[in-house]
Design a protein around this ligand. Sequence first.
Ligand code: ADP
Length: 372
Amino acid sequence: MPNLTSEKVLAALRSVVDPDTNKDVVASGLLQGLNVKDGHVSFALEVSPESGRAKEPLRLASEKAVLALKGARSVTAVLTAHRSGAASQPRRATTNPQPQAGAPERQGPAGVKAVIAVASGKGGVGKSTVAVNLAVALNSLGRKAGLLDADIYGPSAPRLLGLTGKPTSKDGKRLQPMEAWGLKTISIGSLIDEDQPMIWRGPMVMTALTQLIYDVEWAPLDVLVVDMPPGTGDAQLTLAQRVPLAGAVIVSTPQDIALIDARKGLAMFKKTHVPVFGIVENMSTFVCPNCGHESHIFGHGGARETAAKLGTDFLGEIPLDIAIRETSDGGTPIMARDPQSPQARAFLTVAERVAAKLDAGDTRAAPRIVMD
Ligand code: ADP
C-alpha cells in the first residue's frame, strides 16, 4: 500500500475549485484541520454560515478527489461554519443505514449493517455493562451483533466477557474478532499491555479507533455495538465524526442525570448529527436480595424526565443488582447467564427499543449548532 502523505492530499485538493470564488479549496483557505494517518484522511472545509448546505457539492468533490488517491483508505470531510452567526448547519458525512434526508452516504465497515455507540458523560456508570448486555440481547433477538470495546481509558470487555488472549490476523493486515457469548468482539484492552500505561494523543486515538472499526473482519453483522470512551471530549467527538453511526445510546445513573453529564453526551451527538436513540437509566432501583424491598438509592426516574425534557426517548431502566455486578465482573453477562431473569429482561427491553429504532431509521433532526 503506497504511503499517503499530506502533500499528496493537498495536491489533490488543489484540483477542487469552488465555483463561487474560482479558487481551489486550499488557496481559498477553506481547508482546516487536515489529518492524514495510515491512509485515513480527515479535514474540514470552513464555510460561512450563510453558504452552509450550498457547499455540500464542494465537500463531496473534495472527498472524492482524495479518495481517488492511491493509498486512501477512508476520507472524512466535514463542513464547519464560522462562529459568527448561528444560521448555518454543519454537515458531516454519514453512513447511517438510513441517512438523514439530504445527507450523503459514506462507506461504513464492509458487511456491517449498522454501527451504534453506547456512551456516557463519565466513567463508572455501567456503560460497558450495558453495552455488553445490549449486544448479547440484540443477538438473542435474532440480530447478528458484535461488540467493539473502544474505551481506551478503561477497556473492560475482556473482563466482562471473560476473554483471554489476543485477536489474531490471517493476513497480517486485518484482525479476526474474538468470539464470546455469540458475539464477535474486539477490545482495545486485548491489544495493549495492561501494565504499560498508555498516553493517548488525539491522532493516535483516531487511528486506533478507526482501525478497530475498519480493519477487523466484522462481516457479516447486523449491528456493531461500540462501547465508547466515557466523556464528551475530543476522542469521543472524533469517533462520532469519523465513524458512521446509526445512533447512540446514552447510559446514565440517576445521580449523574442530576449532574447533567448525560446531557453533555446528548449534545455531542446532536452536534455531530448522530441520531440519539435515547437514555438508559442504570443502577435505577435497588431490590433487596433478602426481602425484595425496592429502594431508590440514587433517586429514580431522572433519566425518564431528562429524556422527555430534552426531546429524546427513554430506553429503559436497569436495576442496581448484585447479580448484574457479579455476572459482569465474572465474565458471564447476565443476558447470557440467565436470560429469563428480571435483570436480563430489563436489558432485553432496552434491546427491543434499540432494534425498533434501527428498523425505523430514527433520523430525528438535530438542532442547528455551529461547530467551534
Ligand atoms: P463504565 O463502563 O461506565 O465505566 P462498568 O460497566 O465498568 O462502567 O461498571 C462499573 C461497575 O459497576 C462494575 O463493577 C459493574 O459490574 C458495576 N455495575 C454496572 N451496572 C450495574 C448494575 N446495574 N448493578 C450492579 N452493578 C453494576
